[in-house]
Design a protein around this ligand. Structure first.
Ligand code: NAP
Length: 245
């Protein structure tokens, strides 16, 4: 990456407009592509990271912003880990990748975090030569037509649905075919999405290892904060030594 491109990905010093968002769009002669990785990330795992990296490569994105949902729209009746913990795990998981950024953009917003409102706010911040690619799981993308203000989503973003191989796309395709607005949707088949957040939660609850499923820093955080029923065991502790703490 040349020094100008590196500079483009640096965060601005202006805390009011940009906050922790990457600054893009300075060269008006060029189109920039911003990936917005939306998810509850409860917790973030290697499937999410592989999907974001694949989107970065295949869609020629400039940067991918991981945006943990503050108060997820469809999870108001479910127990979700605090947004601060989900953000902290996302920050840890993305910190060693130069084209990933973790953002508090939704976490810091009051009330339910609707995607249309997120995109509207981003559109007000970024210049017109920055295109938005909203990336999330294909199950969620298939529901977009039912989300609040879906017309705004269709207008402001390209959609990227990350699927596991063999996922049946016909349902999602029908929903988009029947929709009153034109959505631009790309699907990416990601084998690593055999991993899911619920699988990780179950494993932690039953005392099983998360090694190779999520970065070690995330595993350490889960144990330190006793998330998902973790007993706070010392990381790397020997089997049969559970009472040593
Ligand atoms: P979800 O229903 O919990 O997830 C559906 C499926 O997609 C799950 O298999 C999930 O796996 C996977 N997934 C979620 N995020 C992913 C990502 N970034 N990359 C790859 N796979 C992903 O969906 P959610 O996490 O609550 O919401 C996803 C996004 O859609 C969020 O940004 C949310 O704010 C937005 N959303 C908006 C509205 C609205 O505006 N009305 C409604 C619903 C969702 P894991 O469990 O392993 O992640």
């Amino acid at each position: 990456m040349d020094s100008q491109a590196q500079g483009e990905l640096q965060r601005s010093d202006d805390p009011i407009v940009w906050g922790d968002l990457p600054q893009l769009g300075q060269n008006p002669a060029r189109i920039y592509r911003l990936g917005i990785m939306g998810g509850t990330f409860d917790p973030i795992h290697n499937g999410h990271l592989v999907a974001a990296e694949a989107a970065f490569d295949r869609l020629d994105l400039d940067v991918v912003v991981f945006m943990p949902a503050g108060s997820p729209a469809f999870k108001q009746d479910k127990k979700v880990t605090s947004s601060e913990d989900r953000y902290a795990m996302t920050l840890l998981a993305t910190s060693d990748n130069p084209h990933f950024v973790a953002s508090r953009f939704e976490v810091d917003r009051e009330g339910i975090t609707y995607t249309a409102e997120t995109l509207r706010r981003l559109r007000a911040i970024y210049p017109d030569n920055v295109e938005f690619y909203f990336i999330t799981g294909a199950d969620a993308i298939a529901e977009v037509v039912t989300w609040r203000d879906a017309a705004t989503i269709a207008e402001l973003a390209h959609l990227v649905g990350a699927t596991r191989p063999g996922y049946d796309l016909s349902c999602a395709q029908r929903a988009f075919d029947d929709a009153p607005y034109d959505f631009d949707v790309t699907y990416l088949s990601i084998p690593a999405l055999a991993i899911s957040s619920s699988y990780l939660r179950e494993r932690v609850g039953s005392g099983q290892s998360l090694r190779y499923l999520t970065p070690d820093s995330v595993t350490g955080y889960i144990h330190k904060r006793h998330l998902y029923g973790a007993r706070g065991a010392r990381y790397g502790q020997m089997r049969g030594d559970e009472n040593a703490l």
